[in-house]
Design a protein around this ligand. Structure first.
Ligand SMILES: Cc1cc2nc3c(=O)[nH]c(=O)nc-3n(C[C@H](O)[C@H](O)[C@H](O)COP(=O)(O)O)c2cc1C
Ligand SMILES: [Mn+2]
Length: 481
C-alpha cells in the first residue's frame, strides 16, 4: 500500500501506542485552543501525535477534517517515519538522510480515477477554505495560517520544487503566501515577467517522510519529487491537478491538496505571524503574493495536518539540514564526528564535535558552517562532548575556552536570517566562532575519571543489590528543563 498519513498513524499505533492520542472534545483551532493544548503537553515534556477529532472550521462549525499535529517530532517518530532502525543515533539518522538524497527515486503518474486524493474535488464557486480547521497559531497572528509545503514547477525546465511557505487565509478562495528569495520565488518571477500566472498546489497532509523530504534545500535543478521518493523509499504517486491538468501534478496519496495560481503583478499584506525562531514575525508585503485557490482535492476521511510544535516549529523536519551541515563540515575537516543544528537552542547556533588533528581545524569547520543556511554562532568541541546535550556544551565552553584566544567575531558581512530579531541591519549579520576544543600545542588538564580497570572490575550489583537499587528513586533534578 502506498505510504500516506494513515499508514504512518497505523504504524505508530502499533509501535508506540501511548504516543497517539485522540482528543474527542470539540476544539476551536482558530482561537488558540489547539496551540494551548500542545503547549500544555509540551510543558510536561510530552509530545504525542495529537489527533483532534472535532475541530471547528473557520465558519465556527464542526469541520469534516480532523486536525493532526506533532507527527514530525521526536527521534522515535522520525525513525518510524523514515523507516530507520530504532538504535540509530541522531548523527547516523542525519547521515542516512544524506544517503536518501543521494539515491533519489523518480515519481510515477497515475490516473485521476485511481488517485485517493481525487475522492472529492471542489472547483470554482464550491471552493471554500473556511471549511478547513485552520489554526491561529500565536497571539497577534494576523489571521489563521497554514505553513505546509507548496509545489511549483519551473516554466522552462519543468523541474518541480517543494518548499514551505507561511500563508494567511484571506478569503474562501485566496491566501497570501510569503516567499524568501529562494526557489519558489525564482520560479514565480519567471512567470510574472511574462505576465503569466504561476501554477501552484499545497499539500495539507501526507506521510511525514513527504514533509521531511519537502524540507530539502539543494540545487535549483534537482527535482524535489525525486528527493521525496528517496525519503519515502518508494516512488511518489502523482496525478493531474484540476487547474493545470498534466502541467501541474499533485501527490495522489496526500490527504488534502489545494491548487490554483500565484497571481502576477500583485502583492498582499500578510502577518504578523509567530515564526519558527520563537518571535512574532513582522507584517509584510514584499514577496507576499496572492494565491487564488481554484480547486480542493481530498481523500475519503481526509485529515488536515499542522506542523507547529511546542518547542519551536518543526524540530525533526530540520534533520536533513543537520545532515547537510555534517557533510559540509566534514568535507572541510575529515575529523568532524557530529553536528547539532536541530532544536530551538540550535537555531542560528551550530554545535560541531571533532577529533582535532591540527590547530586550525576548528576554524576551518566553523567557516564551512558559516557559508551555509542561517549559521550565525558556531561552537566547536572535541569529540568527548555530546553536542546534543546542553550541559556538556556549556561545561566545555566554561572550561576549555580562553575568550581572548578562542572567540572570534566577524564584521557584519554575512547574510543573516530576516526572522532573527537581533539583526541590527536589515539583513546582514556578524558571526561568532567559539573554539571550545582543547589545545594541542600546550599541556591541558586531563578530564578526571575513575580508572577503566576499576569500572570493569567492580560490579555494582555485588555491592548494591538489584532489589535495593530499584527502590532508589531517579533524581529528577533538572537544570535544563
Ligand atoms: C514549517 C516551515 C515553515 C516555513 N515557512 C517559510 C515561509 O513562510 N517562507 C519561506 O520562504 N520559507 C519558509 N520555510 C523554509 C523553506 O520553505 C524551506 O527551507 C524550503 O524547503 C526550501 O526550499 P527551496 O530551497 O526549494 O526554496 C519554512 C520551512 C518550514 C519547515
Ligand atoms: Mn528547491
Amino acid at each position: 500500500m502506498p505510504k500516506s498519513l494513515s499508514t504512518f498513524l497505523e504504524e505508530c499505533r502499533r509501535e508506540i501506542p501511548g504516543e497517539v492520542v485522540n482528543i474527542t472534545k470539540t476544539v476551536d483551532p482558530a482561537h488558540y485552543d489547539v496551540t494551548a493544548i500542545v503547549k500544555h503537553l509540551g510543558a510536561l515534556k510530552k509530545f504525542p501525535i495529537a489527533i483532534f477529532d472535532k475541530p471547528l472550521n473557520l465558519h465556527g462549525q464542526p469541520s469534516e477534517f480532523p486536525l493532526v499535529l506533532n507527527c514530525e517530532i521526536s527521534q522515535r517518530k522520525t525513525q518510524i517515519a523514515l523507516g530507520m532502525a530504532r538504535d540509530l543515533t541522531r548523527s547516523e539518522m542525519a547521515e542516512a538522510c544524506l544517503a536518501r538524497e543521494a539515491q533519489p527515486i523518480p515519481p510515477m503518474v497515475i490516473d485521476k480515477k485511481d488517485a485517493p486524493v481525487k475522492h472529492t474535488v471542489k472547483r470554482g464557486a464550491d471552493v471554500d477554505l473556511f471549511q478547513l480547521p485552520f489554526m491561529r497559531h500565536y497571539e497577534m497572528d494576523g489571521g489563521p495560517y497554514s505553513t505546509l509545503s507548496t509545489i511549483t514547477k519551473d516554466r522552462k525546465s519543468g523541474i518541480y520544487n517543494c518548499s514551505y511557505h507561511r500563508m494567511e487565509i484571506k478569503s474562501k478562495n485566496s491566501t497570501a503566501l510569503y516567499a524568501s528569495p529562494r526557489h519558489l520565488w525564482r520560479m514565480y518571477l519567471d512567470y510574472e515577467q511574462q505576465g503569466l500566472e504561476c501554477p501552484v498546489a499545497t499539500v495539507m497532509g501526507h506521510h511525514p517522510a513527504y514533509h521531511i523530504g519537502a524540507c530539502y534545500t539543494g540545487a535549483f535543478e534537482v527535482s524535489e519529487f525525486d528527493i521525496i521518493g528517496g525519503y519515502l523509499q518508494e516512488p511518489l504517486r502523482l496525478t493531474p491537478s484540476e487547474t493545470w491538468g498534466d502541467d501541474l501534478l499533485i501527490p495522489a496519496d496526500a490527504e488534502i491538496v489545494i491548487e490554483g495560481a500565484l497571481i502576477p503583478g500583485k502583492r498582499v499584506v500578510e502577518g504578523p505571524f509567530g515564526e519558527a525562531p520563537g518571535y512574532l514575525g513582522p507584517q509584510r508585503y514584499v514577496r507576499c503574493v496572492e494565491y487564488q485557490v481554484r480547486a480542493i482535492n481530498y481523500r475519503q476521511g481526509a485529515m488536515y495536518q499542522s506542523v507547529i510544535t511546542p518547542e519551536g516549529d518543526k524540530p525533526w523536519m530540520d534533520l536533513p539540514r543537520e545532515g547537510a551541515y555534517l557533510r559540509r563540515c566534514r568535507e572541510a575537516v575529515p575529523g568532524v564526528t557530529a553536528v547539532c543544528k536541530l532544536g530551538r537552542q540550535a537555531n542560528y547556533n551550530i554545535f560541531i564535535a571533532m577529533k582535532k588533528m591540527s590547530e586550525g581545524d576548528p576554524g576551518r569547520a566553523a567557516a564551512a558552517a558559516l557559508t551555509f543556511d542561517h549559521a550565525k554562532n558556531v561552537f566547536v568541541f572535541d569529540d568527548d562532548i555530546d553536542v546534543f546535550n546542553p550541559t556538556d556544551v556549556l561545561w566545555a565552553i566554561a572550561t576549555r575556552v580562553q575568550p581572548h584566544l578562542q572567540i572570534s567575531i566577524t564584521p557584519p558581512i554575512f547574510r543573516g536570517n530576516m526572522l532573527d530579531p537581533s539583526l541590527a541591519d536589515e539583513i546582514k549579520t556578524s558571526c561568532m566562532i567559539v573554539d571550545a576544543t582543547k589545545p594541542l600545542d600546550r599541556p591541558f588538564s586531563p578530564v578526571s575519571k575513575c580508572p577503566d580497570e576499576a569500572m570493569a572490575r567492580i560490579k555494582l550489583e555485588e555491592f548494591v543489590p538489584g532489589e535495593v537499587l530499584q527502590h532508589i528513586p531517579l533524581d529528577r533534578t533538572t537544570y535544563w528543563a
